[in-house]
Design a binder for this molecule. Structure first.
Ligand code: F6P
Length: 324
């Protein structure tokens, strides 16, 4: 394989640039020509494909976002769109792909491989950490630390005013950011999609805290929780609580997706980027590179997309025990 391309797709994540850098520098080391596809699958369809070299990725290891930009492509979901993308890759002579992204990215990559047989290896880049086949995804550690910094600040004001705060963190279908933030931020309760916590239970926990002279509380709500987002959960609790509480809601939103990647994310991204590239050059295809128990492994896209990575019961239990 002499010519490959790399792209980032779906929600961006801090560390994606470190990953691109590893792929480009690794390709140079192995004497492989490398291109960057701009704006993920949209760029593939439109032929927005640029040559990259070692210098193109100087001074990006520490930068949030992605120099290749990202998109969620509707056109790539159509056969027509994918045919156009294939024609663009053919025209450039691209023989292999490295995809950096999450579930949607690898769903697209698997369909594309099945149709056109261009080998593709993925590197998991999403703040959600919800991909089967890797213990950690690129961007997760940074997102948790960004959210935690905000939670610590909210704790100060919650305490000064004897308030209950419901803080919503990202995770459409995943409670990974929420559980880490709850433990590290000393939250009184956490609500995640993987483990239904009814509002009645949260109310009980809050009352138990007040009975032990707690004057303020923090509840972390994953955006995808079944009881609703933080705003909805707070409203339910306001309506059902017998005592009056001074409640506020904060949604942290997209600040969790930006910022300087942590050392852990830069190292993980470099390892997974190089791992994905070298896997591709060795003949791996239709798989995602991941780190499981500190070992580099390759998992079929099909499994990463369809299998669930459960949040550890231990962590959920820990929040319950340590919160009151
Ligand atoms: O997948 C990462 C993520 O940040 C989710 O946690 C969140 O639900 C979603 O992306 C938001 O996507 P968008 O930026 O397209 O609104």
């Amino acid at each position: 394989m002499k010519k490959i391309a790399v792209y980032t797709s779906g929600g961006d994540a801090p560390g994606m640039n470190s990953c691109i850098r590893a792929i480009v520098r690794g390709a140079a080391y192995h004497g492989v020509e490398v291109y960057g596809i701009v704006r993920g699958y949209n760029g593939m369809i439109n032929g927005d494909i640029i040559p990259l070299n070692s210098q193109s990725v100087s001074n990006i290891i520490q930068r949030g976002g992605t120099i290749l930009k990202s998109a969620r492509s509707k056109e790539f979901l159509t056969t027509e769109g994918r045919k156009k993308a294939y024609a663009q890759l053919q025209a450039k002579g691209i023989e292999g792909l490295v995809a950096i992204g999450g579930n949607g990215t690898f769903t697209g990559a698997e369909i594309f491989y099945n149709e056109f047989k261009i080998p593709c290896v993925g590197a998991p880049g999403t703040i959600d950490n919800d991909l089967y086949g890797t213990d950690y995804t690129i961007g997760y550690d940074t997102a948790v630390n960004t959210a935690l910094d905000a939670i610590d600040k909210i704790r100060d004001t919650a305490d000064s005013h004897d308030r209950v705060f419901f803080i919503e963190v990202m995770g459409r279908d995943s409670g990974y950011i929420a559980i880490q933030c709850a433990i590290a931020g000393g939250a009184e309760a956490v609500m995640i999609p993987e483990n239904l916590t009814p509002v009645s239970e949260v109310m009980e926990t809050l009352l138990k805290g007040f009975s032990k002279a707690k004057s303020s509380s923090i509840v972390i709500v994953a955006e995808g929780d079944e009881e609703g987002n933080a705003q909805k959960v707070a409203q339910k609790i306001k309506d059902q609580m017998k005592i009056e509480l001074d409640i506020r809601v904060t949604t942290l939103g997209h600040i969790q997706r930006g910022g300087v990647p942590t050392a852990a994310d830069r190292i993980l991204a470099s390892r997974l980027g190089l791992g994905a590239l070298e896997g591709l050059l060795r003949g791996e295809k239709n798989v995602m590179a991941g780190v499981v128990n500190n070992q580099l492994v390759y998992t079929p896209f099909h499994d990463t997309i369809t299998k669930k990575k459960p949040v550890s019961e231990d962590l959920i239990r820990m929040v319950e025990i340590l919160s009151t």
